[in-house]
Ligand binder design. Sequence first.
Ligand SMILES: NC(=O)c1ccc[n+]([C@@H]2O[C@H](COP(=O)([O-])OP(=O)(O)OC[C@H]3O[C@@H](n4cnc5c(N)ncnc54)[C@H](OP(=O)(O)O)[C@@H]3O)[C@@H](O)[C@H]2O)c1
Length: 264
Amino acid sequence: MDLGLKGKVAVVTGGSVGIGLAVAEGLAAEGVQLVLCARNEARVVEAARAIAAQYGVKAVGVAADVAQAGGVDALLERTAEAFDGADILINNAGTGSNETIQDAPDDKWQYYWDLHTMAAVRLSRGLVPGMKRRGGGVILNNASICAKQPLGYEPIYNVTKAALMMFSKCLSNEVIKDNIRVNCINPGLVLTPDWKKTARELTASTGGDWQGYLDDIARKNAPIGRFASPEELAKFMVFLCSPCASYCVGSTFYVDGGWLNGLA
Ligand SMILES: NC(=O)c1ccc[n+]([C@@H]2O[C@H](COP(=O)([O-])OP(=O)(O)OC[C@H]3O[C@@H](n4cnc5c(N)ncnc54)[C@H](OP(=O)(O)O)[C@@H]3O)[C@@H](O)[C@H]2O)c1
């Protein structure tokens, strides 16, 4: 199915591995040109090179920390140099936390606020004018099921992802008049290399059954009884970026194997 995305330009934060990389590959398969961003320069440049070689699209890897205003500025600058703006923005960079509210210091709250929320605010502010010039665009924010259904060990993650979900709604109302569609994705369990690494570490001293450890997490949480693959989630995200999803505006979509315990 041709999704009508050929020739568009997408900026994907956290595009060097995991969900961001899968989305970048899914977009490239539709003929989308890419700016991938992550902090580790070697990894993001290699990801862009490999995608360009495999799919025959222009892809640029940019080393930048989107949790810092200066990092966002650098990413915007490189995007302007390479493509003179973008049609699609995927705010995906993010990571889990582990703390209690009683013990976590202010600077930890600030870091996750900057990474999960301000990066999306700053990048949207920077790219929306170009999207308007291009006649429209798509912004997709990758939050988490935890934005709605908190996990006990990571209150800072839960709170800052909930803020990203609300930001999506507010921005959507502001820019739909310019033909820019903003939506939010709340994934459940997605089996990235980082999940496997953590599982290997946690089971190393007890026999190393990391697959069993992950299966157990999936069975306990998601009614579907397994993790999603990054590609499974990416297919839905690529669809949302496309004109095939032209009436999807200001929504949050759960891709969670049934984990959300109630109605969205
Ligand atoms: N995997 C899941 O089960 C799951 C579930 C729900 C939601 N999510 C959300 O989905 C998003 C992607 O998750 P993932 O599991 O694919 O993560 P991942 O495999 O750990 O990849 C994270 C990506 O973000 C980049 N990144 C991290 N901090 C950054 C920063 N400050 N500036 C720029 N890039 C940064 C990383 O590269 P560098 O380290 O080189 O910067 C990497 O490319 C996250 O927002 C996460 O919260 C994931």
